[in-house]
Design a protein around this ligand. Structure first.
Ligand SMILES: C[S@@+](CC[C@H](N)C(=O)[O-])C[C@H]1O[C@@H](n2cnc3c(N)ncnc32)[C@H](O)[C@@H]1O
Length: 253
């Protein structure tokens, strides 16, 4: 069985809508049959590394030097590094001690600093509110299947209920830790609307969604009518990971 037919079969088994399936399969067919691998040219790699390295969502947070920023679910620390490099006081929290060690190593390697907290975000409470919060939530990771096709087999038939409950709870809890006027980014690298759009459209009192503007995005991407960003692997030349980003703004009490 060819790689293409394995991937196509796995995609068809997922509960994606037809349009999503079509885009994903089209791109996969192109990549497998006609085109060089998206990472095979320097140009593609450079063009899309800012997106595929999954740190893009941190750029949509208007955090500036001196701001207190919480990176919830931080390991291995890509966004923590980016925010720390901007001069933010970052609290990088992750439930996994082991994965937090990677954040520590990455900070040491780059000479950047952040406060590391090993804790379950569902139980932890901060001492003070944050200017901004980033949640790169645990998810099915189906959006990275271009690079890891096995993820469709490993996660494709997984019951999403537990992880979507966790995602919604993380968003609700974090909303209470944000200063008025502060922004919160919710992101996942999932293809499933249940882990993206369906979470972001939940109404949380005092935390309306804020439109992400086209001018904030790289060429080739545009926000959806609801103001969030949804990418699909077949969407841009050279390919891209599938991910979802929504931004919220905390209203004054
Ligand atoms: C998608 S990864 C985050 C990637 C990271 N933001 C980056 O840019 O490198 C999700 C992380 O959530 C963590 N996590 C899962 N459940 C958690 C919980 N209840 N509290 C805190 N962290 C959790 C996992 O250990 C994992 O490291």
């Amino acid at each position: 069985m060819s790689l293409l037919s394995i991937i196509t079969k796995a995609l068809n088994a997922l509960d994606l809508d037809d349009e999503v399936n079509r885009l994903v399969i089209d791109r996969t067919v192109n990549v497998c049959r006609n085109r060089p691998h998206p990472w095979s040219t320097k140009h593609d790699y450079i063009s899309w590394s800012g997106l595929t390295d999954r740190t893009y969502n941190a750029r949509l947070l208007p955090a500036k030097a001196g701001d207190r920023v919480l990176d919830l679910c931080a390991a291995p620390g890509g966004k923590t590094l980016q925010l720390a490099a901007r001069g933010c006081h970052v609290t990088a929290l992750d439930v996994s001690d082991h994965r937090l060690e990677w954040v520590r190593e990455n900070l040491a390697r780059t000479g950047l600093t952040a406060e590391l907290v090993a804790a379950d975000a569902l139980r932890w409470q901060p001492d003070a509110l944050f200017d901004h919060i980033l949640i790169d939530a645990p998810c099915s990771a189906t959006g990275i299947f271009r690079r890891h096709p096995d993820v469709l087999h490993l996660k494709g038939n997984t019951d999403l209920a537990p992880v979507t409950l966790l995602q919604a709870a993380l968003l609700r809890r974090a909303a209470a830790w944000l200063k008025p006027g502060g922004r919160l980014i919710y992101a996942t690298c999932s293809l499933f609307p249940k882990e993206g759009e369906r979470i972001a459209e939940r109404v949380i009192a005092g935390l309306p969604r804020e439109m992400i503007e086209a001018s904030e995005l790289p060429a080739g991407l545009k926000p959806a009518a609801d103001g969030w960003v949804r990418t699909l692997p077949g969407q841009v030349e050279g390919g891209i990971d599938g991910f979802f980003i929504a931004r919220f703004r905390k209203l004054p009490d």
